[in-house]
Design a protein around this ligand. Structure first.
Ligand code: 3PG
Length: 388
């Protein structure tokens, strides 16, 4: 986008302004808005007629749904841009926008055909503009009319600064990393992250697994995990990841100690145990202090750290020490660090390390698909359009 002359042009910018909104219509996290704002302000400052397009939630197509309206987002943008921002409900047949004005187009997922990447709808979007800017990294993994189809039909299609920054940061972390490259992949289930683990194992020097994923790996080593969250069907898959890692020279350090509790609750009594001493009736809810120390030492030596997922139930303070120790180690390290995913960003916020992480991704699903090694459909469409 920054290479184009936007003055007087009708510029349609697809952002991911899918932010959490509470029952009172208040935005509870502005991370995605903060990240998109510079793109929108730059287009406005360049004298473009700016139309901002986004989805919010997953409303039913073909009907208006107040709860999924972008009204709070338009109000937020108006506040930040110092001038009210109109929310346009009916826009598919054209919108009047003045030079240097910013308007928000109502939730594109209310349009029939958006989800299925309908060609007629994509052409309508394309007809709204002289230049289409794809800046929604968080939705770049969806092949929908506003993220994919429109790229084929817009008079000009360009990548926006936020999308470029996200791809640069992820490329720096995974395609051209400073070594050692260490990834932290945690979460409740191996099944949802198996492709990601398989892809990363061919790239990383160290892979730290956490949460329910680590439990399945611990079980794969033959230890009892008591009542912990575990996927017995994936124990063989975990063994295969460990064997692949060994073959490729990647380390997968597993916990030497863990924090267990008799139940999943904020007030449950937390006990530190060696990993081979977990008994029936106990649940592993965090890594232990010795493990956290060992992992922090690896982070201190890393050249690049990719972080997706907290290693314990950090929402409960008694089981958050492992995640906190790793977060502080990332904050203190000189490595290029990138963090992404909803729970990870909540941990980044909780421990106040946002300024110390080199790059915080706005992508949830898109971040994971990139880590899985998949090409994001919107990025593929931009490349095809550019003849790459
Ligand atoms: C996200 O929040 O991950 C993106 O906005 C994509 O939303 P979706 O999963 O509803 O497509």
């Amino acid at each position: 986008m920054s290479d184009l002359d936007l003055r007087g042009q009708r510029v349609l910018i697809r952002e991911d302004l899918n932010v959490p909104i509470d029952d009172h219509g208040r935005i509870t996290s502005t991370q995605r808005l903060d990240a998109a704002l510079p793109t929108i302000a730059a287009a406005r400052d360049a004298g473009a007629k700016v139309m901002v397009m986004s989805h919010l939630g997953r409303p039913k197509e073909g009907q208006f749904d107040e709860a999924s309206s972008l009204a709070p987002v338009a109000a937020w943008l108006g506040d930040k841009l110092g001038k009210p921002v109109r929310l346009v409900r009916d826009y598919l047949d054209g919108v009047d926008v003045a030079d240097g004005e910013v308007v928000v187009l109502e939730n594109c997922r209310m349009n029939v055909g958006e989800g299925k990447d309908d060609e007629a709808l994509a052409k309508k979007y394309a007809a709204l503009c002289d230049i289409f800017v794809m800046d929604a990294f968080g939705t770049a993994h969806r092949a929908q009319a506003s993220t994919h189809g429109v790229i084929r039909f817009a008079p000009v299609a360009a990548a926006g600064p936020l999308l470029c920054a996200e791809l640069d940061a992820l490329g720096k972390a995974l395609e051209n990393p400073a070594h050692p490259l260490l990834a932290i992949v945690a979460g409740s289930k191996v099944s949802t992250k198996l492709t990601l683990l398989d892809n990363l194992i061919g790239k990383v020097d160290q892979l730290i697994v956490g949460g329910g994923i680590a439990n399945t790996f611990i079980a794969a080593l033959g230890y009892s995990v008591g009542n912990s969250l575990v996927e017995p069907d994936l124990i063989d898959a975990a063994k295969k990841v460990l064997a692949d890692a060994k073959r490729r020279g990647a380390e997968v350090p597993l916990p030497v100690d863990v924090v267990v509790a008799p139940e999943f609750s904020a007030n449950a009594t937390a006990t530190v145990k060696l990993v081979d001493q977990v008994r029936d009736g106990e649940m592993i809810l965090d890594i232990g202090p010795e493990t956290a120390k060992q992992y922090a030492a690896l982070i201190a030596k890393a050249g690049t750290v990719v972080w997706n997922g907290p290693v314990g139930v950090f929402e409960f303070d008694a089981f958050g020490k492992g995640t906190e120790t790793l977060a502080r180690a990332i904050a203190a390290s000189k490595a290029f660090s990138i963090a992404g995913g909803g729970d990870t960003l909540a941990a980044v916020d909780k421990y106040g390390i946002a300024d110390e992480v080199s790059y915080i991704s706005t992508g949830g699903g898109a971040f994971l698909e990139f880590l899985e090694g998949k090409e994001l459909p919107a990025v593929a469409a931009l490349k095809a359009r550019a003849g790459q």
